[in-house]
Design a protein around this ligand. Structure first.
Ligand SMILES: [Zn+2]
Length: 313
């Protein structure tokens, strides 16, 4: 996995301004991201890997030229919690095509959803999801070894994807399976107010450090967007214009700076993801990062302290 010595920010997919400025191809995205002072881009293949090899090659070349770190969002169709053997075969083909596209563009991580929490209860869904992931890991053991499989925290209560559930998937193969923490999703599935303080954000990094290791916490792959929620959790992605739903980025910026963390934060705002990623970078840059300290050493609050006990991440 690529290690940056500072936090990286960038858009997931192409924003409205990208098209408005005349860009037509995702191969142009790395130059656009770099021009806007950002360092990361998540290439979205959420409806399947449909790009030509030529486009993928050019995207990868341009990312290297402009120093942009890439990740790839795998298709939404992947459903690990579905026990149907036909679905297992489809999952394998979606995963293989995502891994191969990621390798071609030089992405270090593909982002994957676990799937529905199912009709038969959460425990049953988790069992299927873990079994299916174990099968996929076995089948792809020697395929694209430079690409990690990132399991994402999800925004709807009816989906698998609490932080605990994601970390349980990572523990199947901690060298290959990494957590992708979507803070907007975690806020939405808890129907808001989940990330008010620095301690609320630190609890996430602490949980990753404790269950996996400090390095995974320090270089965490994240998504950050404001997301509207209702009774069942996530309804839709908003922009940073939103002041009602959140979560607020400010405390996270401070946690990143105070702890010398180097996460990669992908913004999935509805149409303004590049501008909102720029806003996050600016806010984080406004704090002085303490450099060169492993996760947790510079932070007196990094132990999971009383205030977050019992909070379901
Ligand atoms: Zn996702």
């Amino acid at each position: 996995m690529f290690r940056s010595d500072h936090p990286l920010f960038g858009p997931g997919g192409n924003c409205r301004r990208f098209a408005a400025e005349g860009h037509r191809s995702s191969a142009d995205a790395p130059a656009f991201v770099a021009e806007n002072g950002l360092g990361a881009y998540e290439y979205e293949c959420v409806k399947g890997v449909q790009a030509s090899e030529d486009l993928l090659t050019r995207l990868g070349e341009n990312a290297r030229r402009h120093g942009i770190s890439l990740s790839l969002h795998a298709p939404y169709y992947i459903s690990l919690s579905n026990p149907d053997p036909e679905m297992q075969k489809k999952n394998l083909s979606y995963l293989l095509s995502s891994l191969q596209a990621a390798e071609r563009i030089g992405a270090d991580t593909i982002v994957v959803h676990c799937g529905s929490a199912g009709l038969h209860g959460r425990d049953e869904a988790m069992r299927h999801s873990l079994n299916n992931l174990a099968f996929l890991l076995e089948q792809t053991r020697d395929v694209c070894p430079s690409v990690s499989i990132g399991m994402e925290t999800m925004g709807r209560i009816g989906q698998l994807g609490t932080l605990e559930e994601v970390l349980e998937h990572c523990l199947l193969c901690p060298e290959r399976v990494v957590p992708v923490v979507d803070f907007g999703h975690l806020n939405a599935r808890n129907r808001g107010g989940f990330f008010r303080t620095c301690g609320d954000y630190e609890a996430v990094f602490d949980a990753v450090a404790q269950k996996l290791n400090d390095e995974r916490a320090r270089y965490l792959h994240c998504h950050f967007s404001h997301i509207e929620y209702g009774k069942a959790g996530e309804i839709r992605h908003l922009t940073f214009e939103d002041t009602q739903y959140g979560p607020a980025f400010g405390p996270l910026a401070r946690v990143i700076a105070d702890n010398g963390l180097c996460p990669r934060i992908i913004c999935e705002s509805a149409g303004t993801q590049t501008d909102d990623a720029m806003q996050m970078k600016k806010e984080t840059d406004s704090y002085t990062a303490k450099e060169g300290q492993p996760y947790g050493q510079s932070n007196p609050h990094s132990e999971l302290s009383g205030q977050n006990e019992g909070k379901r991440l």
